[in-house]
Design a protein around this ligand. Structure first.
Ligand code: GDD
Length: 348
């Protein structure tokens, strides 16, 4: 039987990699997205070209639906009849959740509830449901963190993800649904949104090389994160839903670095000293911070046979090379250009 995957958040970083993976495995994939006033399908435009979205029988299509609109979810479930549902849609920025707490909770916590409830009410018994849970749920719990570590969320975003985690488990326990959580530590790529710290840094370095920017403004450089590659993590997401039973799994690299380390590594690739180009500002500090995330993914390794392939150094280089290429530079050319830069002093 052909597998049919519904992906919420398909236009995002993880949604685009997951759609590619599932299409390569022969799935029929339906993505859903919200209406936007400006085109926001850049990450999946190549899939439209490859799988011809205009054909009603196309293997890849995207339709409008919204996690804050129950009837739109019911309609797409009824029409598409998925065998697997991947809930990746979210207000995913932790810092912004302090300013938009109510809508973050609506999209990230009530949203998965609406989707789970719509699947349950549809009567389709065999649908497998994946919830994109987050290491941000661990918040102030000291590292390393695994599936047994207590949640101590430090942001409206973290609280919303804890609620969704438990709602997913509840549907498993109360209604026998195949509903699983992937607790993913930070995962990045050249497709990462521009206001997450890794991509903000590599994108800004490319701008500095191109002469478009003098300095980068950043907040807390002491935060420690376990950064992996999104392309590796979607493989883990898929394996979570192929497992014989529903369960919860941490996906992480097991390596921890500070934001300062990320700066040192990426600027270092071009022979530059990051301190010449970074200004620290309170603007990007958060009212409460998650100090240190370091995942222990031994359960996923043991049970699912999942392991990340890309590690910190490779990730930094991949992201920087991607942003430089978009501005017409190879790493080598950027190094040559970097040697001619005279940093504008100032800042903290
Ligand atoms: N975004 C951002 N911008 N973060 C900054 C900046 C800045 O200018 N300066 C310092 N930081 C620090 C943040 O305070 C945080 O401690 C760290 O860099 C990482 O921030 P983000 O890249 O925004 O990621 P995050 O860890 O808060 O959240 C990401 O990972 C979660 C999994 O742990 C997001 O992808 C979440 O959606 C995800 O659930």
């Amino acid at each position: 039987m052909t597998k049919r995957a519904l992906i919420t958040g398909v236009v995002g970083q993880d949604g685009s990699y997951l759609a590619e993976l599932l299409l390569s495995k022969g799935y029929v994939v339906r993505g859903i997205t919200r209406r936007a006033s400006y085109p926001h399908t850049q990450r999946i435009d190549h899939l439209f070209k490859q799988y011809d979205d205009r054909d009603a029988e196309a293997r890849f299509r995207v339709t409008y639906a919204d996690l804050t609109d129950s009837s739109s979810l019911q309609n797409v479930l009824h029409e598409f009849q998925p065998t697997e549902v991947y809930n990746l849609a979210a207000q995913s920025h932790v810092g912004i959740s302090f300013e938009t707490g109510e809508s973050t909770l609506d999209i990230n916590a009530i949203g998965p509830f609406r989707l789970l409830d719509a699947i349950r009410s549809s009567g389709a018994k065999d649908v497998r449901f994946y919830q994109a849970s987050s290491s941000e749920m661990f918040g102030a719990s000291p590292p390393p963190q695994n599936e047994l570590t207590p949640f101590l969320p430090q942001s409206p975003y973290g609280v919303s993800k804890v609620a969704a985690f438990y709602l997913t488990r509840l549907h498993r326990i109360a209604y026998g649904m195949f509903a699983s959580n992937g607790i993913l530590f930070n995962h990045e790529s050249p497709r990462r949104g521009l206001n997450f710290v890794t991509r903000k840094i590599t994108y800004s370095i490319a701008q500095i090389i191109a002469g478009e920017l003098d300095r980068i403004e950043l907040g807390n450089l002491d935060a420690k994160r376990d950064w992996g590659f999104s392309g590796d993590y979607v493989e883990g997401i898929w394996r979570i839903l192929q497992h014989t039973e529903p369960d919860d799994f941490v996906l992480a690299t097991g390596e921890m670095y500070t934001v300062r380390d990320f700066l040192g590594q990426t600027f270092g690739l071009l022979g530059l000293d990051w301190e010449d180009f970074v200004t620290i500002t309170d603007r990007y500090r958060r009212p409460a911070e998650v100090p240190a995330l370091l995942g222990d993914a031994s359960k996923a390794r043991r049970v699912l046979g999942w392991e990340p392939k890309v590690h910190f150094g490779g990730l930094c280089e991949m992201m920087l090379a991607g942003d430089l290429a978009a501005r017409g530079f190879t790493l080598e050319q950027a190094r040559t250009k970097a040697a001619t830069l005279t940093p504008k002093r100032g800042g903290a």
